[in-house]
Design a protein around this ligand. Structure first.
Ligand code: NSS
Length: 419
């Protein structure tokens, strides 16, 4: 069962490359010999266009030169549908705008199909990691009442009788609630950010893999992250299918093969030193943005944690460093090769007075967070967690140019039309 990618006619023999339901990333070559099929079927072959759908019956024969190492010698071909011509994406390559305009057709190309296969396997491995380590998967809401990651990127929606609600930026606060029931929890949900800037690494809707655990301190949290990332990457390299796809996209996989815990830890202070040595104009207290991350990520050459940011750079929920409140117990995980941040995480503030103060400083009303503050009133525990941007991870593993190619239906700032 499959769709026609290409048809080549050579007299009494016709070859069709088929994108099959089984192993769709790997075209199957169909060999049709005139003398082997009914006359009517042979005549109908003429009508078969690109993207027509077929049911083919025949014999599988080994051929080391065929893409799959086997090819199918057809005995019978049942045409399910003859695709209209011309196929809008008929040519070999197209600029990104065209691929976005025809997204609903572009997603079936061989390149995209391979990306979706990686995406699927990556998510399976992430779920497997949490399962084997006894974390509980939970289902937080998407329509929420409070901001987590600052007001600037909030998507506001109208919720029934004009009361205000938002699309979730992160499930974190809800995972913090669930920790009191299940101890170690994780979730995979869409997160929404009204990022106004157009960059190669920001989506307005992305898939967020988040985890939170009671009695986990700052260091425990980093350990989970480096284990998870290594588990996913090693798993993708162990499977011959995903290994082959990654090799094809990146050229070589040696770099990924070396990734195992522990990852390097670099403090914000050290990062500022490194950046200044590279003549970056930056001072203590300044944010480390995409450009600075790129310098660090290229310099260090392996995934690393950037730790102990100045407190004012991180949201209200991050625990202030007991060694001095000017820094906080937050860490970002940065991918190498210039890719930068793929995870943001921290130990959470458990002092209710500090929390209220910091919520106010971000311009929010502590009253709206009364439910969150209750967690510090009833059975408060030290706890930590993190959020991984699924698309960021795929973007880096496949060394893609733009994050929009990691997700079938990207939501980007300032697109005129989408499906
Ligand atoms: O804003 S984060 O850094 N952190 C949080 O949301 C925490 N509340 C997560 C937690 O501790 N449970 O976002 C986390 C990650 C970040 O490192 C990126 O990998 C990804 O989410 N992220 C994005 N990916 C794609 N597009 C956009 N706009 C985006 N924003 C964050």
């Amino acid at each position: 069962m499959g769709w026609v990618i290409r048809k080549r006619e050579h007299g009494n023999i016709v070859f069709i490359d088929l994108r099959t339901v089984k192993e769709p990333w790997n075209p199957l070559q169909i060999v049709i010999k005139k003398e082997k099929i009914r006359e009517e079927t042979w005549r109908n072959l003429k009508k078969i266009t690109r993207e027509s759908s077929l049911l083919v019956e025949g014999e599988l024969v080994e051929n080391p030169r065929a893409p799959r190492g086997i090819e199918l010698y057809a005995r019978n071909i049942d045409i399910t549908h003859i695709a209209e011509t011309p196929y809008p994406l008929g040519k070999k390559s197209h600029p990104p705008e065209v691929l976005m305009q025809w997204r609903h057709l572009a997603i079936r190309s061989n390149r995209y199909t391979k990306i979706w296969v990686i995406r699927d396997h990556l998510l399976r491995l992430a779920r497997e990691y949490f399962m084997v380590n006894n974390w509980y998967e939970v289902s937080p809401p998407i329509i929420v009442s409070t901001a987590v990651e600052g007001g600037a990127t909030l998507f506001e929606i109208k919720y029934f009788d004009n009361s205000k609600a938002y699309l979730s930026q992160s499930a974190q606060l809800y995972l913090e609630v669930m920790v009191f029931s299940l101890g170690k929890v994780w979730s995979l949900t869409p997160s929404f950010r009204a990022e106004k800037s157009r960059t190669r690494r920001h989506l307005a809707e992305y898939w967020h893999l988040e985890a939170e655990a009671a009695w986990y301190r700052f260091k425990d949290n980093l350990r989970v992250q480096e284990e998870l990332i290594s588990y996913i990457i090693q798993g993708l390299l162990k499977n011959p299918v995903t290994r082959h796809i990654i090799e094809e996209f990146r050229g070589n996989i040696e770099h990924l093969e070396e990734i195992k815990p522990p990852f390097k830890r670099i403090s914000y202070d050290e990062a500022i030193d490194i950046l200044q040595q590279h003549n970056v104009d930056i001072r203590w207290g300044d944010d480390i943005g995409a450009d600075e991350e790129k310098v660090l990520s290229e310099e260090i050459g392996q995934p690393f944690f950037l730790t102990h940011f100045p407190s004012h750079l991180k949201p209200f929920y991050v625990k202030l460093d007991p060694k001095g409140p000017e820094t906080c117990l937050a860490a970002d995980l940065l991918a190498p090769e210039g890719y930068g941040e793929i995870i943001g995480g921290s130990e959470r503030e458990d002092n209710i007075d500090i929390l209220v103060d910091r919520i106010r400083k971000e311009g929010f009303d502590p009253e709206a967070y009364s439910w969150y503050l209750d967690l510090r009133r009833y059975g408060s525990v030290p706890h930590s967690g993190f959020g991984l941007g699924v698309e960021r991870l795929i973007w880096w593993i496949l060394k893609l140019d733009h994050i929009r190619d990691t997700i079938p239906f990207p939501r980007l700032a300032r697109v005129k039309k989408f499906i």
